[in-house]
Write a protein that binds this ligand. Structure first.
Ligand code: BV8
Length: 235
């Protein structure tokens, strides 16, 4: 069995990272729709750096939850039986990796990475970033930005995403509101290619009626249940 799994902020909510559209967290002070754009960064880099510095600090204190751990078990279980789990995440946290996931496509980039707009080099970066920082590769100061896909920028890995969708038997969306494209359109592409589709979420998403199967509740409960059911079915 080959599963294409799309995760969103909801899978990391119980790890304390907060989501975009539920109340609470740093979204009260910062509006990602206004801040997560190249124009905002050009206009006011210090405020955008502060937005991501706050999120890096949150992430340094966060730990994966039972949902992340269950998906790592599913990846290994499928691989041991000749199948595959392709995990595409909209999240910029590293909780899938911390939970032992071997392959993760971060289509919207990664919070613990920065990119130099002078030389293009990408570096691991877990602390605060500011205009005074210099690129470790070319030495240029003030040209480092978060290695993150902002609104209006093209997501990473779209070619691989198209190939893996065409290759899969089942499409599963976990913890996403289905409100940002092109990720929100993947379920329609999956249906058009004849895949079964399943939504695992706290509550029905914008796309809910499109899914063949749906299970609602906290990811730390519905995801392990789903994984145990799939692993039982294929054994
Ligand atoms: C693109 C990184 C062209 C940043 C993110 C005008 C100008 C330009 C573009 C557009 C435009 N109008 C529309 C667009 C397209 C735009 C878009 O979709 N806008 C929206 C607002 C309509 N998209 C883009 O700009 C994209 N690029 O279009 O380029 C292109 C594309 C293809 C080919 C050629 C050219 C780039 C979008 C990427 C933006 N970057 N993240 C950062 O993190 O700071 S987006 C960000 O929000 C996330 O990554 C995610 O993708 C998105 C939605 O978030 P979710 O993960 O779904 O989280 P949300 O809070 O919304 O929902 C959480 C869900 O979890 C809820 O359903 C909740 O019920 C559930 N939940 C909560 N708790 C739990 C839970 N579930 C389970 N358990 C729990 N405990």
């Amino acid at each position: 069995m080959r599963i294409f799994m799309l995760t969103g902020a909801g899978i990391s909510a119980e790890s304390g990272l907060g989501t975009f559209r539920d109340p609470g967290g740093i979204w009260e002070r910062f509006d990602p729709m206004k801040l997560a754009t190249p124009e905002a960064f050009a206009r006011d880099p210090d405020t955008v750096h502060a937005f991501y510095n706050a999120r890096r600090a949150n992430l340094r204190d966060a730990a994966p939850n039972a949902a992340h751990a269950a998906l790592a078990r599913l990846e290994q279980g499928l691989a041991s039986m000749g199948g595959e789990l392709f995990l595409c995440t909209q999240n910029i946290d590293d909780l899938h990796e911390q939970a032992g996931m071997r392959h993760v496509l971060h289509m919207h980039g990664e919070l613990f990475k920065v990119r130099c707009t002078a030389c293009g080099a990408v570096h691991e970066w877990r602390g605060d970033l500011g205009r005074q920082d210099a690129c470790p590769a070319c030495g240029t100061t003030g040209r480092l930005r978060p290695h993150i896909v902002w609104f209006g920028e093209i997501p990473f890995g779209l070619d691989m995403i198209g190939e893996k969708l065409a290759d899969a038997d089942l499409f599963v969306a976990v913890g996403t509101s289905g409100s940002v494209y092109p990720a929100a359109g993947f379920v329609q592409e999956a249906r058009a290619m004849g895949l079964r589709t399943c939504e695992l979420n706290l509550e029905p998403s914008d796309n809910a009626r499109v899914f063949d199967e749906r299970a609602y509740g906290p990811a730390s409960e519905v995801v392990p249940d789903f994984v145990e059911r799939v692993l039982r079915e294929i054994r």
